[in-house]
Ligand binder design. Structure first.
Ligand SMILES: Nc1ncnc2c1ncn2[C@@H]1O[C@H](COP(=O)(O)OP(=O)(O)OP(=O)(O)O)[C@@H](O)[C@H]1O
Ligand SMILES: [Mg+2]
Length: 251
């Protein structure tokens, strides 16, 4: 089995001194999309903020390519190879597309890769980012995470407020990122779109992982997803035998 690019073990994350995420253990393989699902308020963004260093990790370890990063400041985590596409879509609105990419560039990252993935941005290099459509802004935010040549990219709800066609197009690109060898961690409100391109999925409820397993186990199973998101009576043991799957109730 390929060594994980990102490995979390027993991670607890606080938000404003309040424990929100507890005891999360998961990993993300290079060249694959790892999906993180959960209802509103489950703690998905808090977990990503903890990984990126924007919220305090109170316990546990976070390893990037085997090196612990949980004590590093955010910029050093980024430099170590962590890209983060935050839930709030932000660009420098008065800078051009190209300037937005240049200010985020570091290491081996190059703009050509971004323009190849997003010809829409290539055509608008000299346009101020504030004039882009919502979908193009999201492409630029993704592009900014890519110009530092990351090993791991965390993507939090990139589809928020976008038309289904644009979302599908962006999902295709997320698959391409994995194809480039990047370990993608994808949080997504459209669970089935994410499960379609993902390999493994982790479902969070009340800040804890209640399901870890292959995406195909949850694909199209709305009832089970609903039960994992919101709780409910356990399924019969017979359906929980898959060796790659763990399912548990939060404390
Ligand atoms: N700055 C904050 N201060 C205190 N509590 C917070 C703060 N931000 C988030 N929380 C709380 O932490 C919990 C988890 O929030 P979080 O934003 O991580 O959830 P989420 O799964 O990303 O939800 P969504 O799907 O709505 O984005 C929620 O109960 C929320 O109210
Ligand atoms: Mg969130």
């Amino acid at each position: 089995m390929t060594a994980p690019a990102l490995a979390l073990d027993g991670v607890k994350v606080n938000r404003a001194e309040v424990p929100v995420v507890h005891d999360v253990t998961l990993d993300a393989a290079p060249g694959a999309v790892t999906v993180v699902l959960g209802a509103n308020g489950a703690g998905k963004t808090t977990l990503m903020d903890g990984i990126a260093g924007l919220a305090p990790v109170k316990a546990g370890t976070i390893k990037l390519d085997g090196t612990p990063i949980e004590k590093l400041p955010p910029y050093k985590r980024a430099r170590a190879g962590l890209g983060y596409v935050e839930q709030a879509r932000t660009t420098f609105r008065t800078l051009t597309v190209e300037q937005n990419l240049i200010v985020s560039q570091s290491g081996d990252g190059d703009l050509g890769t971004v323009y190849k993935l997003f010809p829409e941005l290539d055509k608008r290099r000299n346009l101020q980012a504030g004039h882009l459509s919502g979908g193009e802004q999201q492409m630029l935010v993704l592009g900014r995470a890519l110009v530092s040549a990351p090993k791991v990219v965390l993507i939090d709800e990139m589809s928020l407020g976008l038309a289904p066609m644009v979302v599908r197009r962006l999902m295709g690109t997320v698959g391409e990122l994995a194809g480039m060898g990047i370990a993608v961690v994808l949080i997504e409100q459209f669970a089935n779109l994410a499960l379609d391109i993902g390999a493994h999925v982790h479902v969070l409820r009340k800040g804890g992982v209640v399901f870890s397993g292959p995406c195909e186990e949850l694909r199209g199973d709305e009832d089970r997803l609903h039960r994992l998101y919101f709780g409910g009576p356990p399924l019969s043991a017979a359906t929980e035998k898959d060796s790659g799957t763990t399912e548990s109730e939060p404390e």
